[in-house]
Design a protein around this ligand. Structure first.
Ligand code: SAH
Length: 358
């Protein structure tokens, strides 16, 4: 939220106004000796009207605009590279203030318009098939950096002001950066800002159980996706090492207790790895694990990459796995890989540059 640069007020660190919730912005404005409603106006400018420079906020008094500029700025990720896939999926490489880079992806017509955004630079979870995991964690993103990806993508895709979905499925584990992620969700859903309804937001987690329990208590309830990938502790310990800490049973219990909105279900993501976790026995164990949970399963045939020691199963194997679930009345879909030609697909985000450059 705050960064120190030698300009502006000497005793206070400069603020990133885009990382402030509306009430925090109102407090900041009051601290400058101004009326509280100015905070709402500024929030509105930043998140609804895409204001990036106080000078453009023409309904604010000139003096206030100058005071704000002296107190901080509206920090934005800078678009570095934009790549469009043959299927329309667009990958954005964004540079942060400290020159670290993250990726965000626009996935059109699913049928909704979806922004896939990151919550960390790199990731500490080290899942065995994920390229981002190979980077390790470089740092958490701030709430401003998380929200800034949405503003940038909305502007770049021309979708500002329209209804779009947000999935926290880019780089990073959202529940490992809990506070910034929730702050970002509060900013994104605020009706005075972008006003994205929580039902249009999906938080995907590998299963950080204490984070799940906290999330269960939150006022804002996004859709929940659990990256499961395995049906025995032995196998999950290898594929998703967080399982060594929070075992399958504990994770499934937390899912069972998770409060769901009426008609909503938890999505279980399952990366299919050829002859590793894609056998009929795996499918049957998965059915049993999901017993008593309002669940749907999203199968993700592996997006292969160099350095990943697994193979994508054949379509026949994928279909056979899906058929067993369907036969047991489990709702199942197979994720169509989008943007594979530009390495925008799941698990393929930013590793080459990170390995080369940083
Ligand atoms: N850390 C969060 C969100 C990021 S990953 C989580 O684990 O849910 C988003 C999804 O892509 C996860 O389900 C992840 O397991 C999956 N994924 C990672 N690498 C993949 C790959 N190579 N092929 C297919 N899906 C992959």
């Amino acid at each position: 939220m705050a960064c120190t640069v030698e300009q502006g007020s000497p005793q206070l660190p400069l603020l990133d106004f885009s990382a402030l919730e509306r009430h925090e912005l109102e407090d900041a404005v009051v601290a400058l000796g101004l009326p509280r409603f100015r905070g709402r106006q500024i929030f509105h400018w930043i998140h609804q009207r895409d204001g990036r420079d106080f000078a453009t906020m023409t309904n604010l008094p000139q003096g206030l605009r100058q005071a704000l500029a002296a107190r901080g700025s509206i920090v934005e990720p800078v678009l570095d590279v934009k790549q469009v896939s043959t299927d329309g999926t667009t990958k954005f490489l964004l540079q942060l203030a400290d020159r670290r880079r993250i990726e965000a992806v626009y996935i059109p017509d699913t049928p909704a318009q979806t922004f896939c955004i990151s919550t960390q630079v790199g990731c500490a979870m080290a899942c065995g098939f994920c390229l981002t995991g190979k980077m390790s964690l470089v740092r958490h993103l701030t709430a401003g950096e998380i929200v800034g990806q949405v503003r940038t993508l909305a502007r770049e895709t021309g979708l500002a002001g329209t209804a779009f979905n947000i999935v926290l499925m880019g780089m990073g584990e959202p529940l490992h950066n809990y506070d910034a992620t929730m702050k970002a969700l509060r900013i994104l859903t605020d009706k005075e800002g972008l006003g994205v309804p929580p039902r249009r937001i999906t938080l995907s987690t590998v299963g950080v159980v204490p984070g799940l329990k906290r999330l269960a208590q939150e006022a804002i309830m996004p859709n929940l996706a659990i990256s499961l990938h395995a049906t025995t502790d032995e196998q999950r310990d290898v594929l998703a090492p967080i399982n060594r800490k929070y075992k399958l049973q504990e994770l499934m219990d937390a899912c069972r207790e998770f409060p769901l909105r009426r008609r909503s279900r938890i999505t279980f993501e399952y990366v299919l790895l050829d002859h590793v976790n894609d056998t009929p026995e795996d499918a049957r164990r998965l059915v049993r694990l999901l017993d008593g949970i309002q669940a749907k399963v999203n199968l993700l045939p592996l997006n292969e990459a160099e350095g990943i020691p697994y193979k994508r199963p054949s379509d026949e194997r994928v279909n056979a796995f899906a058929a067993i679930l369907a036969d047991h009345d489990v709702t199942v879909s197979v994720r169509k890989s989008r943007g594979r030609d530009i390495r925008a697909a799941c698990g393929q985000l930013l590793v080459e540059k990170a390995l080369e450059g940083e």
